[in-house]
Design a protein around this ligand. Sequence first.
Ligand SMILES: C[S@@+](CC[C@H](N)C(=O)[O-])C[C@H]1O[C@@H](n2cnc3c(N)ncnc32)[C@H](O)[C@@H]1O
Ligand code: SF4
Length: 384
Amino acid sequence: MSATEPGFGIYLHWPFCAAKCPYCDFNSHVRHDPPDQARWARALTAAIAHDAALVPGRTVTSVFLGGGTPSLMAPTTVGAVIDAIAGHWRLASDVEITLEANPSSVEAERFRGYRAAGVNRVSLGVQALNDADLKSLGRLHNVEEALKAIGLARATFPRLSFDLIYARPKQTVEAWTAELRHALDFAADHLSVYQLTIEEGTRFADLHRLGKLITPDEDTAADLYEATRGLLEAAGMPAYEVSNHAVPGAECRHNLVYWRYGEYVGIGPGAHGRLVLGDGRHATADEKVPERWLQRVETQGHGRIVDDLLTLDEQGDEYLLMGLRLAEGLDLARFETISGRALDPSRLADLTGHGLVETTPDGRLRATPAGFAILDAIVADLAA
Ligand SMILES: C[S@@+](CC[C@H](N)C(=O)[O-])C[C@H]1O[C@@H](n2cnc3c(N)ncnc32)[C@H](O)[C@@H]1O
Ligand code: SF4
């Protein structure tokens, strides 16, 4: 695979969590009765078989078990889905198999089982290294448990990343920098650092509207973002994407499939995919509600409710949106192949003149540091 080849990934969504975090709008659900693991394993493997027939003959470069909380899956369920994937497609010799985990002690007990099932990378939702903030984020773990889970994950899996959320209420640049330095003492070679977003429909959105949750103002948020980039870059983990930092070579291959606009299968409640079929690139989505998804798979063999053929303009816009998130930017020749058009030269010249984007000698377009701060506006300007 060449250096910027997108690869072929499989995303599997596990839609259950032990509790709903007040900031989260992911497709995650809390159920009184634990899900029937054997029934879910059967449904997931049936849905995998369905998609394998649509896109046969590919070599899988990454698998990502995301959620929700996939560390609530039984290791046997994880084993069943990995075996099903390996049974239908060829796995690349260096296939990356990531599982998202929450750092509670119960879940950490399953780490060895996941490793035995084939998982070789874990992404832990640490979120904060400060007990008061973990509590206000509604997390079920404290700092001590998070650090223990990190230690255990590092001892069990070849690769580890963890997630942190910044721009929390009342957070100062000094406090965040100290917390991030502490995190660096425990980090392996990858960190995802997200700015807290107030998502519609969440408890945080209600509190925010009532003035009971006050997030840092725009200037402080920009300072927090700059401080994050500077500190992690100095520590040898530059941002390779807006929120993702890695030692060069340790980037998450699965996420690169999305941002390099590769092909990926999305299976499980609410999962999205992009499949290249005979007539072009399709955008797919599965039924969101877990019980309905299960029923659909059991009656029709798959949980798909959306399967749209994308126009060339739509594909170009998607590649633009994804590719400009990456520090490496996007390949202009590939953009033309995908979209059937060139980017508007006058708009490009304008953005370049304002120091927001730059074109590299090898034909890539990327955002400058100033451009990253207003990425949405740049994409909107260049889109069809
Ligand atoms: C699907 S969740 C992940 C995993 C796992 N369930 C957990 O919470 O530990 C992926 C990540 O998105 C981030 N995230 C979720 N909602 C967010 C929000 N509103 N603002 C910023 N980051 C958010 C969190 O860092 C979270 O770990
Ligand atoms: S942040 Fe993670 S644990 Fe919390 S509700 Fe969302 S998916 Fe579940």
